[in-house]
Ligand binder design. Sequence first.
Ligand SMILES: C[S@@+](CC[C@H](N)C(=O)[O-])C[C@H]1O[C@@H](n2cnc3c(N)ncnc32)[C@H](O)[C@@H]1O
Length: 256
Amino acid sequence: MDWFKKAFGPLYPDVYGHRDENDARRAVDFLERHCDPRGERVLDLCCGAGRHGLEWLRRGRDNIVGFDLSETLLSEARRSCEEEELCFPLVRGDMRCLPFADGAFALVVNLFTSFGYFASDSENELVFAEVGRVLRPESGRLVLDHIHPPWLRGHLEPETRRTTSGGLDVRETRHIDETRRRVVKRVEVLGGAATGDVPHEWTESVRFYAPDEIEEIGRRHGFGIESAHGDFDGSPLSNDSPRAIYRLVVARASRP
Ligand SMILES: C[S@@+](CC[C@H](N)C(=O)[O-])C[C@H]1O[C@@H](n2cnc3c(N)ncnc32)[C@H](O)[C@@H]1O
């Protein structure tokens, strides 16, 4: 089974609990400062449990749609919407084939390493092709928040063990496959969490990209890089940056 169909299940929100609402607020601050879509439609591509879209709506903004493959995480997002009485349309599907009309969005955001999941470069590029299709010609924007390879190489911890805020005992082992340009992480939830059919171990495998590769893929799909940042504080991308956050703009009127 594809790893991304197994990994984003019921234990994921607690295992990645540090990626919380505070973290989402910083990302939404960045979006407000740098990519205001002025009331036009926004797509949160790979929205997970909806933390960014919910924050967007809490600020009185609207017109955002969430899209994700994980029914578990989408259900959690729906529950939060009901509790807070927010209207956040949520759609389930695969990012390689988006069920939206051509030119439907002014802004697509893909946050917290939600790209590079597929085994081949051509499948990963399909996501760029689809995003290019659903964005408005000429002015549509994509914000891609991804791994920054120098930071990854400098900070990779081969093995960690920790207890999550929800009490899960988690062991994570990591390595970089430089040939395939992927970071591979084995996650094992030890102890009592392994109940029923809930996956309690999985292996994540994410393709990482140098900035010039993103530029080249973007160019092939009609995008230009407008700016590249190293953090949601808006600082420019440098070798020391913890993240690579690209603002890409559709640079041509007709698609390839
Ligand atoms: C690292 S999580 C990030 C979630 C969210 N952006 C956040 O920051 O909380 C990646 C998300 O991608 C979704 N995903 C994985 N494979 C997908 C696919 N093929 N199509 C659509 N979504 C997918 C997962 O279900 C998960 O919610």
